[in-house]
Design a protein around this ligand. Structure first.
Ligand code: PLP
Length: 346
């Protein structure tokens, strides 16, 4: 067993705990530096940095888990590398090469090994890569230099209570614009959402739920997670259906992609990625949020702007949500076979 710092691993929340090392590489004059580990948890940037003024920045979030053999593994990190490259291109930033991204993530996890939560306590090491535009600048143009930074923090569940169901409230605010940056993981999308989440919480809910920004009729996603619903079979004796919104303005969730695969291939459900009207929530037998932080969090109530709509019989999590959660977390934590090669050794 490796040496670990003394933490109350079973009771961690989803909050920042500073670890000793972070990885940093720099893009300057058209090329990436090799990069390396640094101890300083602060970043000094020019006051004119484009990241600060024009939100020329993007980020990622992924987790490292400890297997029963005390091995550190990452869940589908290549998907995060690709998504960061997509976000970077959208904001005219240099996409970090996949090898650099993966190297940075691995180095960061290895260097902070003592903060890797032990297996079996529900905790993980959350890894946060970010790419920021820096350098002296004033006018609206892309930055002259960029930093790729990766830091990590041990975390517990995002929503307090783990598998406890949460309540969502449809926001009066749009998350993003049509044809905007909704499908990319860029900070600007999130700054605008702070008020929506705060309003949801002030009204006694856990998180905001967004509708499409054109008709305000179709489900988009929650503040930091995609959503799915479970519908009854079309015909008696048929298979239950798992539906999730198709939209150009939501973040393509790595967790949701994994859940859809598990639902179709392992559970034999019918899977539909299509527009889902807010009215359909009343027909859902189960509903859940998916995300690296949220994992699979059941939803028991949706306030649709006028009324509280109860999902299913209100006794969330339902059987499909439970089964998906057990399979996903079993693969991530190395207690179930991983036939698709989703889990990679650090
Ligand atoms: C807006 C938003 N949607 C969905 C997700 C879930 O994505 P993933 O499963 O890749 O973590 C996140 C979190 O990363 C998010 O911030």
């Amino acid at each position: 067993m490796r040496q670990r710092v003394d933490l109350d691993w079973g009771n961690l929340g989803f909050s920042y705990l500073r670890t000793p090392w972070r990885f940093q590489a720099e893009h300057r004059d058209g090329a990436w530096s090799e990069g390396g580990l640094v101890a300083d948890a602060t970043i000094t940037v020019e006051e004119g940095a484009c990241a600060l003024h024009y939100a020329q920045q993007c980020f990622e979030g992924l987790k490292a888990f400890t297997t029963p053999e005390d091995r550190s593994v990452l869940f589908r990190p290549l998907e995060n590398a690709r998504r960061m490259a997509d976000s970077a291109r959208r904001l005219l930033m240099p996409p970090p090469p996949e090898e650099l991204f993966l190297h940075a993530v691995r180095e960061c996890v290895r260097a902070n090994e003592a903060y890797m939560p032990p297996h079996g306590l529900g905790a993980a090491l959350y890894v946060r890569p970010l790419l920021i535009g820096v350098g002296d600048n004033l006018g609206l143009r892309p930055a002259p230099r960029y930093l790729l930074r990766v830091f990590c923090s041990p975390v517990g569940p995002y929503f307090k209570g783990g598998m406890k169901a949460i309540r969502l409230r449809v926001s009066r605010h749009d998350r993003v614009a049509p044809q905007g940056t909704g499908a990319f993981k860029v900070g600007g999308n999130y700054a605008g959402g702070l008020l929506a989440t705060a309003e949801a919480k002030a009204a006694g809910y856990d998180e905001a739920l967004y509708l499409d920004p054109i008709e305000h009729r179709w489900l988009e996603e929650a503040g930091s997670a995609n959503v799915f619903g479970v519908l009854p079979p079309r015909a008696r004796g048929g298979k239950a259906r798992l539906v999730t919104p198709a939209s150009d303005s939501i973040l393509p969730s790595v967790t949701m992609a994994s859940v859809l695969t598990l639902a179709a291939e392992d559970l034999g459900l019918e899977v539909e990625r299509r527009r889902v009207a807010i009215d359909e929530v009343a027909d859902f037998l189960e509903m859940g949020c998916t995300g690296t932080a949220a994992v699979i969090t059941p939803v028991s109530v949706v306030h649709d702007g006028a009324n509280d709509v109860q999902v299913g019989d209100g006794a969330a999590p339902g059987p499909v949500t439970r089964e998906l959660y057990a399979r996903l977390t079993g693969i991530q934590r190395g207690t179930l076979p991983d036939p698709r090669g989703w889990v990679v050794t650090v």
